[in-house]
Design a protein around this ligand. Structure first.
Ligand SMILES: [Zn+2]
Length: 327
C-alpha cells in the first residue's frame, strides 16, 4: 500500500538537508521530530541511504543501485546500525547503547562514513541517556547519528542541545487530503477528514486508522454528545473506550470542541463569556490529559479517562445552567 511514495510535506526539510550536505555542514547528530504519522522513519531511512550511497544522484538522492544501496536494501549494511526498543512500547536499554558505542569505534567498511538510527529516542532511562550523551560528545568523523522522536520535549536538554533538530511538519488538511486521495484506500473526502481529526492531521496515522478509525469516530461523537447531556455513565464509557487508542480519541474530542467554540464565536447571537470559558476549560483539560497520556509514566489510563469525563460533565452542567440563566 505504501508504494514508493513521495510525501509532499517532506520537501522543505529535505531541501534543508540537501543544502547542509552541499555546504559540507551535515551535523553529526540530528534529531528528527514530529507527531506520529508524518513519516519520520521514511524520511530518516531516505537520509541514511543518501549518506551511505557511493554515488548519490542530484538532489542528494541515493542511487539505489550501488553496493551500499544494495546492502542497505537487504538490511545488511555493515556501516549502518539501528537501535529501537526491543519490545514495542518498552524502553531502549542501556546495553543497547553500550553495544552501539562499541560498534562506532570501528572504521566504515563499505561507505565513506557510518550512520546510526535511534527510533523512539525519548524512550530511554537515565543510564541509557547518559551513555548516549557520551557518544554524542565524541562524534566519529563522517558519522551521522539520527534520533527520531514524537515526544522530543521528553528528551533531556543535554541530549537535545547536542543535536540539530529537524521538524517534520504536519501538512494542512488540503495537502493531506490531496496525498491521501492517491492511496489505494477508497474513502470519501469526509471520511478522510474524520480520520485526520483522530490523527491530529497526520496522514500516515489517518491511513493506519482506516475503517476501525471511522467506527471510533462515530462512536466517540455519539458518546460525547450523551456525556454533555449527562446521559452517559463515565465509568461505562471509560471501559468501552479501552478498545480505542486514547490519544486519538482525545484528538477527536479536541477537534469537536474547537469547532464548537468557533461556531459559538461566529454565531449571530452574542454568547456570554462565562459560557465560552467553560468550553475553554474543557480544552485545557483535553491538553492536560493528552500530555499525561503521552508521558512515559505508568498511569492508570482508565482512571485518567474517567476523571477527564467527569470534568467534561461538570463543565457541561455549568454550560447548561448558564444557558438557563441567560435565557
Ligand atoms: Zn547508491
Amino acid at each position: 500500500m505504501t508504494k514508493a511514495v513521495d510525501y509532499s510535506w517532506h520537501q522543505q526539510p529535505w531541501q534543508h538537508l540537501q543544502t547542509l550536505h552541499q555546504q559540507g555542514r551535515m551535523p553529526h547528530a540530528l534529531l528528527i521530530s514530529g507527531i506520529a504519522g508524518v513519516g519520520k522513519r521514511a524520511f530518516a531511512e531516505k537520509l541514511v541511504a543518501s549518506l551511505l550511497c557511493k554515488q548519490p544522484a542530484s538532489g542528494f538522492h541515493a542511487c539505489g543501485s550501488c553496493h551500499s544501496c544494495q546492502l542497505l536494501a537487504a538490511g545488511s549494511h555493515p556501516d549502518h546500525k539501528e537501535v529501537s526498543p526491543e519490545d514495542a512500547g518498552k524502553q531502549i536499554k542501556v546495553d543497547q547503547i553500550r553495544d552501539l558505542k562499541q560498534s562506532q569505534t570501528l572504521m566504515p567498511k563499505v561507505s565513506r562514513g557510518k550512520t546510526v538510527l535511534i527510533t523512539a529516542a525519548d524512550q530511554m532511562n537515565i543510564s541509557a541517556f547518559n551513555s548516549l550523551l557520551k557518544l554524542l560528545e565524541e562524534p566519529q568523523p563522517e558519522s551521522v547519528l539520527i534520533l527520531l522522536s514524537e515526544n522530543s520535549q521528553q528528551l533531556p536538554i543535554t541530549i537535545k542541545s547536542r543535536c540539530q533538530t529537524l521538524v517534520i511538519p504536519t501538512p494542512d488538511s488540503q495537502e493531506a487530503l490531496a496525498w491521501l486521495e492517491h492511496t489505494d484506500m477508497q474513502f470519501s473526502e469526509d471520511e478522510w477528514l474524520s480520520l485526520l481529526k483522530l490523527s491530529h492531521g497526520a496522514p500516515l496515522a489517518a491511513m493506519a486508522a482506516g475503517e476501525a478509525g471511522l467506527q471510533q469516530s462515530r462512536q466517540v461523537s455519539q458518546d460525547i454528545a450523551l456525556l454533555m447531556q449527562a446521559k452517559a455513565n463515565p465509568i461505562d464509557l471509560a471501559t468501552d473506550w479501552q478498545q480505542f487508542d486514547l490519544k486519538s480519541v482525545l484528538y477527536q474530542i479536541q477537534h469537536m470542541m474547537q469547532s464548537k467554540i468557533t461556531s459559538l464565536l461566529l454565531s449571530d447571537a452574542r454568547v456570554p463569556e462565562m459560557i465560552l470559558r467553560q468550553y475553554w476549560a474543557i480544552m485545557d483539560c483535553i491538553s492536560d490529559t493528552i500530555k499525561l497520556i503521552s508521558s512515559q509514566n505508568n498511569l492508570n489510563k482508565i482512571l485518567l479517562i474517567e476523571d477527564f469525563m467527569v470534568t467534561v460533565m461538570q463543565h457541561a452542567d455549568q454550560i447548561h445552567q448558564l444557558r438557563e440563566t441567560y435565557r
